[in-house]
Design a protein around this ligand. Structure first.
Ligand code: GDP
Length: 445
């Protein structure tokens, strides 16, 4: 996803500014200009970028900042919060409940991935215990009903549609009524998409919305739509009351900046992203952790979630407890290395503060894994007391020599491993909010 490149460029601009001795109007402008260029090249619309620049300048009023204020931190925070605002206007989104049937209507241009996304959305909620159902009110595209039927059958989700009825409003109403009677708690209505904005499409959408009274209208947008995103999204918003956005094809090579424009145009947050053609290639989207990762500020809660996904169940509680208490022993490090052997390391690093995913040099995953294996061999020659101690001072010279001999390595390698451990222990020990680029083991990158 090219949005990650955008993150890399913004991080670079901030880092460049952090390297100058005095933060003044000139260095702030240079930083903001670099960010502006990066955003525009990623297809974020010009008015939106201009607005962001003005907002940051208003927040960071250099003249008014008293001496002693940490200007760098204030600027970084302003950039962070403006990017979050771009992705989440702060409007609450309707959440389907199991206690009462909800109707969710999907709108978007043809080819945006609407039909695929309807099933992904239904499948996601089915896994959470909902009883979803799909209604195909797309009578315009030949084959739309077959596609929905196929997807729904695969996911074992009930569906409704017609090969002969040409009135989408009639189908939508019949489908919604039927599934309400069948006690489905999440009824998803797929509507027609056309190639471009057409008055008849919008009129049809309005009528379907009026007849089915959806609790939520979701606008589906292909991430590759580029600069046209703002106008497209706005046109939809003006016809129906869009409450949320789903961006599809985030796995492709699209620049992705259009996503930010769609949020601004609909004043609605992105709730999910599509990351592939398959049913489970669908991720919940949250602006803050996303921007955090984009800018290399880390996402410690996401990291704990990911670790929970790869760490064996019996180790999870202990791990989370230990990490939250900042208690990071060599044994925990060993267990984590073991779990991480098959884990995409780039993803992991993007969640650690101070590391942008883009900064992990390509082809270094193998090197990192080899290093973890080497460290594990060294730890295999340690006693229980050594493994369970979080105090590196227990490692006297004689102990290090014994460990080196036992693992077939040399003493300097044992020392190197212990240094890495110390750095990781500091990372986990001091926890949130810090720029840890200087203390994370560079050899592991
Ligand atoms: P609709 O016309 O808006 O209903 O679009 P479809 O659901 O038919 O999707 C159009 C094409 O995009 C299909 O080939 C889908 O498999 C594909 N597609 C949908 N979502 C994604 C996604 O997140 N990633 C990728 N790579 N392809 C997707």
């Amino acid at each position: 996803m090219v949005l990650a490149e955008l993150g890399g460029r913004i991080t670079c601009a901030i880092r460049k500014m952090n390297n100058v001795t005095i933060i003044d109007e000139k260095s702030l402008n240079e930083c903001l200009n670099e960010i502006t260029r990066a955003l525009l090249q990623s297809d974020v619309s010009f008015p939106l970028v201009k607005n962001m620049q003005t907002n940051i300048k208003n927040i960071v009023n250099l003249q008014d900042l008293a001496v002693g204020h940490n200007k760098r931190k204030i600027i970084e925070q302003a950039i962070f919060s403006e990017l979050c605002k771009m992705l989440d206007p702060g409007k609450p989104v309707f959440n389907p409940k199991k206690t009462k049937p909800s109707v969710v209507m999907f709108v978007g241009l043809q080819g945006s991935g609407k039909t695929t996304t309807c099933t992904k959305y239904a499948y996601h909620h089915q896994k959470k215990g909902f009883k979803p159902a799909l209604v195909c009110a797309d009578t315009f595209r030949a084959g739309a009903f077959d596609q929905l039927k196929q997807n729904a059958t695969k996911a074992k989700i009930p569906f409704y549609g017609s090969y002969t009825e040409s009135d989408p409003v009639k189908i939508a109403v019949e489908g919604v009524d039927r599934f309400k009677k069948e006690n489905c708690d999440l009824i998803i209505v797929d509507t027609s998409g056309r190639h471009k904005q057409e008055a008849s499409l919008f009129e049809e959408m309005r009528q379907v919305a009026e007849a089915t009274k959806p609790d939520l209208v979701i606008f589906v947008m292909d991430s590759s739509i580029g600069q046209a995103a703002f106008d497209q999204a706005q046109a939809f918003k003006q016809s129906v009351s869009v409450g949320a956005v789903i961006i599809t094809k985030m796995d492709g090579h699209a620049k992705g900046g259009g996503a930010l424009s769609a949020v601004a145009a609909t004043k609605s947050p992105i709730i999910f992203i599509g990351t592939g053609e398959h049913m489970d290639e669908f991720e919940v989207f949250e602006a803050k952790p996303f921007v955090s990762r984009l800018l290399g500020m880390g996402d410690l809660s996401g990291l704990v979630d990911k670790l929970q996904a790869v760490v064996p169940k019996e180790q999870q509680t202990t791990l989370v407890e230990n990490l939250s208490q900042g208690n990071f022993t060599l044994r925990i490090m060993y267990d984590q290395f073991q779990s991480l052997m098959n884990f995409p390391l780039k993803e992991l690093y993007s969640m650690l503060p101070g590391i942008s995913a883009e900064l992990m040099p390509k082809g270094h995953e193998e090197e990192s894994r080899a290093k973890m294996k080497r460290y594990m061999t060294i730890m295999d020659s340690m006693t229980n007391e050594e493994l369970d101690s979080s105090n590196p001072k227990v490692f006297s010279e004689t102990r290090m020599m014994r460990i080196a001999r036992g693992s077939g390595r040399i003493v300097s390698e044992v020392m190197e491993m212990l240094n890495e451990y110390k750095k990781l222990a500091t990372t986990f020990g001091k926890g949130k909010g810090q720029n840890m680029s200087k203390i994370l083991p560079p050899q592991l990158l």
